[in-house]
Design a binder for this molecule. Structure first.
Ligand SMILES: [Zn+2]
Ligand SMILES: [Zn+2]
Length: 353
């Protein structure tokens, strides 16, 4: 990881993150609040929901995970800002991951708010969370993992690893589809959507040019980099999408980045450069591993030979799957640039050119 460290724009929020606690509900600036909403059993601990004051109510950016604890925290946070859940007019969802989208349906039920989502994520909803079709998704994931050379014994465990979180997501259909460049039409806000595919195909950031803030969702975070992986619902080259999306937000002129996790910070362009450098280093490492293999090597095998934040043997199944699928995203990117060669088969093998 590149060594650049951002300047947190609220020291207390950063200290809460570093200290393992949940930060306070805060007024970020006039008419704008940050409400931490807890995520169960997850090292990210909370999602930062932003509350945007409107005449006669509020809109929120992201909603939180669909649990009673999260719902209560959201209601309490709105209360600190002087609002009730029934005051929510709109829910702007950055992407369909359960920590952002999960609670949107319950908020709509309580308030009649509309839910806005990018069409590329809205398309994935049925397959992702509907019981009738979810088996298809597990089958496709299994086929993908087999192609990556995942050992037969671990296949089932890995393919179904994300299914346990499915039940906490309520099946809300969006009321509004938001495209790149759309003005959200919130009274008092010049809020524009920036489509930033990569972490998810329909990921959205929202920028306010007059207030000079960027709601960055999971796209750009202070310390961590979001997972960018090939999976049955990703685009064919999600890392290319992600790096293009980073370049797109780098150009925005903002003073403060308001991410969905960790803490908010000041330097957008520098942070984007650091994330790009991180992926450059990862790409170079993967290219070296493929070269050193001296013949065709499967994606899973490449993943086991990379440096991770802890030894491979101690990484739990769900994270190994992410690690494999992230490695695949980098291999696909390298192949598109001619830096590695892909050989079809089962498993599919990767060679030096
Ligand atoms: Zn996410
Ligand atoms: Zn997230």
């Amino acid at each position: 990881m590149a060594k650049f460290a951002v300047t947190p724009s609220n020291a207390a929020q950063r200290e809460a993150w570093v200290g393992g606690t949940i930060p306070e509900v805060e007024r970020v600036r006039p008419g704008l609040w940050s409400v931490p909403v807890p995520i169960p059993v997850n090292p990210l601990r909370y999602v930062l929901v932003y509350v945007l004051e409107l005449p006669g109510g509020v809109a929120i950016v992201d909603a939180g995970w669909n649990t009673d604890e999260a719902y209560d925290a959201l209601v309490a946070g709105l209360g600190v800002a002087g609002y009730a859940i029934t005051d929510v007019k709109g829910v702007l969802v950055t992407h369909i991951h359960p920590d952002h989208y999960g609670l949107a349906g319950r908020v709509r039920e309580a308030s009649g708010a509309w839910i806005a989502l990018h069409p590329a994520d809205a398309r994935l909803l049925r397959e992702r969370y509907d019981d009738e079709v979810v088996d298809t998704l597990v089958r496709r994931e299994r086929a993908l993992l087999r192609r990556c050379g995942v050992p037969e014994l671990t296949l089932d465990e890995l393919a179904g690893a994300s299914m346990m979180i499915r039940h906490v997501v309520s099946m809300a259909r969006p009321d509004r589809l938001v495209e790149d460049g759309d003005d959200l039409g919130l009274p008092g806000w010049d809020l524009r959507a920036v489509w930033t595919p990569g972490h998810s195909p329909g990921h959205l950031c929202f920028v306010s040019p007059s207030r000079r803030v960027l709601f960055s969702g999971d796209h750009v975070l202070a310390r961590i980099t979001p997972i960018v992986a090939v999976h049955p619902q990703s685009g064919p080259n999600p890392l290319a999408d992600y790096l293009d999306s980073l370049a797109a937000v780098r150009k925005l002129e903002v003073d403060e980045v308001l991410p969905a996790h960790e803490y908010r910070f000041l330097e957008l362009a520098e942070r984007v450069d650091a994330v790009m450098a991180h992926h450059d280093a990862r790409l170079a490492e993967i290219e070296r591993v493929v070269g050193a293999a001296g013949g065709g090597v499967a994606c899973w095998e490449v993943a086991t030979r990379l440096t991770w934040s802890r030894p491979w043997e101690t990484i739990p199944p769900f994270m190994r799957r992410s690690a494999n699928n992230e490695t695949l995203a980098h291999l696909v990117w390298l192949a598109a640039k001619g830096r590695v060669v892909r050989q079809a088969g089962e498993p599919e093998l990767w060679h030096a050119p």
